[in-house]
Design a binder for this molecule. Sequence first.
Ligand SMILES: [Zn+2]
Ligand SMILES: [Zn+2]
Length: 165
Amino acid sequence: MSQEKQQFYRHLQRAGLKRTAQRDLIVDIFLHTEDHLSSEDLYRVVKEQDASIGQTTIYRTLKLLVEAGLASEVRFGDGRSRYEPNNKFPHHDHLICTNCNHTIEFYSAELKAMLESIAAAHNFHPTEQSLRIFGLCAACAVDAASDSPPAINKSSAPGAFGIAK
Ligand SMILES: [Zn+2]
Ligand SMILES: [Zn+2]
């Protein structure tokens, strides 16, 4: 059994919950994802393998994964919570395209050191930090520069165009 799954079962035990085949499947699929999945996204993937699993079970299992320290909730400004496994790489930040929702992950040791020194300068003790850069991905930037008007995605970041209603 992988270290992550052992960690998950230890958490289940502490929470007084049982190990079930459904939770097993959800955790397996989630831990192998490369993506940032919302509860609905994960539901769609899981349903293909076991149609009897409900959306509530998926949602609760995601919360358990976060509590167990195996998943992080990430928000990309469209009001949806997405989740990613913590085992991908230790810490990373995101570039988010507000047109097509494509996300790019990056890690910068320099950035991390800089944020830590800013916090230290303010005598602030950070518990976590995340940086999100909103804009257009390369493909959408090309579209925007061409003659055809770019398609505006309704789910783009609130206030991205300067007006929050
Ligand atoms: Zn894009
Ligand atoms: Zn990520």
